[in-house]
Ligand binder design. Structure first.
Ligand code: K1U
Ligand code: ZN
Length: 171
């Protein structure tokens, strides 16, 4: 099932999400729905708060060409970050059509539980590293625009408020 994606500003996108205590069939179904929603958008990542669920769950697939490589991460944690940084032009499905350069560690080591409850660990680099940090930020109520200066952030927020008003009028 495809879920509607919340648009900034929304209080649910500012919350620190709750850790997942047990991976239930309902949470596995939510993860599958989130992947479907992400591919449909289309996007390369999605965090549970973006579909209104304030739990620590993200999905990703940063493969652009070639066979898909979907990842489901419950309670993801960055356990190491490189000193090297990389700058990437980021977008966000909750802030449509707005992009800005964000500087983040170039490589991160992440530990999480997969959909079977098994602990996984992987070192991410390139787009995967940018994406996993962007998604984990969502779980802490942080958006990529929070890395920008106040004027740019305010300008984007106003555009999103206008977009939401227009969308509300259209229904
Ligand atoms: O979390 C999100 O809002 C998803 C976001 C993830 C992301 C993008 C860029 C840098 C860091 C994190 C997106 O997927 S925006 C859409 C996007 O980047 C994309 C869409 C289609 C093809 C390729 C990329
Ligand atoms: Zn985002």
């Amino acid at each position: 099932m495809i879920h509607p994606i919340l648009i900034h500003p929304d209080p649910r996108l500012k919350k620190v999400c709750e850790p997942v205590a047990e991976i239930t069939p309902e949470l596995r179904a939510l993860a599958a729905d989130m992947l479907e929603t992400m591919y449909d958008a289309p996007g390369i990542g999605l965090a549970a708060p973006q579909v209104g669920v304030t739990k620590r769950l993200i999905v990703m697939d940063c493969i652009k060409d070639g066979p898909p490589e979907p990842l489901i991460l419950f309670n993801p944690r960055i356990i190491w970050a490189s000193e090297d940084v990389s700058t990437f032009e980021e977008g966000c499905l909750s802030i449509p059509d707005q992009y800005a350069e964000v500087k983040r560690p170039a490589e991160v080591q992440v530990r999480w539980l997969d959909e079977t409850g098994t602990e996984q660990e992987r070192q991410f680099s390139g787009l995967w590293a940018t994406c996993v940090q962007h998604e984990i930020d969502h779980l802490d109520g942080k958006l990529f625009i929070d890395y920008l200066g106040p004027l740019k952030r305010q300008m984007i927020t106003r555009k999103m408020e206008k977009l939401k008003r227009e969308r509300a009028r259209a229904v």
